[in-house]
Design a protein around this ligand. Structure first.
Ligand code: IPM
Ligand code: MG
Length: 366
């Protein structure tokens, strides 16, 4: 198969982790006779440096022409980077929000899975970890607080700012349907997370999710308030299968879920619209503090490439090959710094490796 992939290397550790994912894709191409063509797209800080804009019309056109886009990470250190002296809509993050909106990527899938080999890196107690956990966070990605009306203004001599959290029923319905469809292929449980005891938008969310649930009699639906969900994620993560939630709650809960799996460096993601197109990226940020040091964990990006093969290109056996190779590397004791056993835990048979080495070790096992 001939696959056209847009590649946004981005900022910080982005170029380093994307290079490893491309290495793995090329290995898959060789082994299974596929051709992966890469079209480099500028976005984020590097695009600001080159064009003055975090996302140009040309970049959006390139992304639209691709079958799928692989993204590293964007952004810099807000304390030191000149990008953060620009108005908010000209900063790197505006590029990411812009591409999500321009491509209508309303469904963000963030799987959080505890690899049994990484139990020692998980900050939770053994009795809480039990047999591990495996959940899919379904985050609505093109609505809510991220895209609502916002303003900063002077009122009676004081500066005031507001952001608005608004959803219409269609926006809620489409992400709910996508979540129920995914839950049908998993353990048929959906936890819809909202703040319906306070917010109107959450009350509408709950109503629409219940309407959608009528078409899925086999699914067990439960509603959970977001503050309780934050607590339950560390108290008993095993109870979750599919978590369905709005944009901001999903942003926060997915970082929490990633830490519970040991490291954000393991958490992949897919952002999908109504077609087979997808934008695939690790859930973590650009980590400017470790950029260029060759120590970033490339696994989340490589897993995102596997998600791309599965969702956009229907290449299940190729995606399995990548996931199995990652499992073998972990079995063999190789770890980047972020997934090393927690202090005081047993490190027998564990070898610390850098970004490139991790990519090579995974390729060797495909
Ligand atoms: C994420 C990130 C982004 C978000 C930032 C970089 C704008 O945190 O993808 O989770 O908030 O969506
Ligand atoms: Mg986030």
């Amino acid at each position: 198969m001939n696959c056209n992939i847009g590649v946004i290397r981005g900022d910080g550790i982005g170029p380093e982790i994307v290079a490893e994912a491309i290495k793995v894709l090329d290995k898959i191409g060789e082994k299974y006779s596929h051709t992966f063509n890469y079209d480099e797209i500028l976005m984020g800080g590097c695009s600001i440096d080159a064009t003055g804009e975090p996302l140009t019309e040309g970049a959006i056109e390139q992304a639209k022409k691709a079958d799928a886009v692989l993204l590293g990470s964007i952004g810099g250190d807000p304390k030191t980077s000149p990008w953060y002296k620009l108005p908010a809509d000209k900063r790197p993050e505006a590029g990411l929000l812009g591409i999500r909106k321009a491509l209508n990527l309303f469904a963000n899938l963030r799987p959080a899975y505890l690899y049994p080999q990484l139990k020692e890196a998980c900050p939770l107690r053994d009795d809480i970890i039990g047999d591990g956990f495996d959940m899919m966070i379904m985050r609505e990605l093109t609505g809510g607080l991220y895209f609502g009306k916002r303003e900063t203004k002077e009122v009676n001599g004081k500066t005031e700012a507001y952001d608005t959290l608004s959803y219409n029923e269609d926006e809620i319905r489409r992400i709910a349907i996508r979540s129920f469809d995914i839950a049908m292929k998993r353990s048929k449980k959906v936890t819809s997370v909202d703040k319906a005891n306070v917010l109107d938008s959450s009350r509408l969310w709950r109503k629409v999710v219940e309407e959608v649930a009528v078409d899925y009699p086999e699914i067990t639906l439960e509603h959970m308030l977001v503050d309780n969900a934050a607590m339950q994620l560390v108290k008993d993560p095993k109870q979750f299968d599919v978590i369905l939630t709005e944009n901001m709650f999903g942003d926060i809960l997915s970082d929490e879920a990633s830490m519970v799996t040991g490291s954000i460096g393991m958490l992949s993601s897919a952002s999908l619209n109504e077609t087979k197109f997808g934008l695939y990226e690790p859930s973590g940020g650009s980590a400017p503090d470790i950029a260029g040091k060759g120590i970033a964990n490339p696994i989340a990006t490589i897993l995102s490439a596997a998600m791309m093969l599965r969702f956009t290109f229907d290449m299940d056996k190729e995606a399995d090959a990548i996931e199995n190779a990652i499992n073998k590397v972990l079995d063999d004791g190789y770890r980047t710094i972020d997934i090393m056993p927690a202090p005081g835990k047993d490190t027998t048979g564990i070898t610390r490796v850098g970004t490139k080495e991790m990519g090579d070790l995974i390729c060797d096992r495909i």
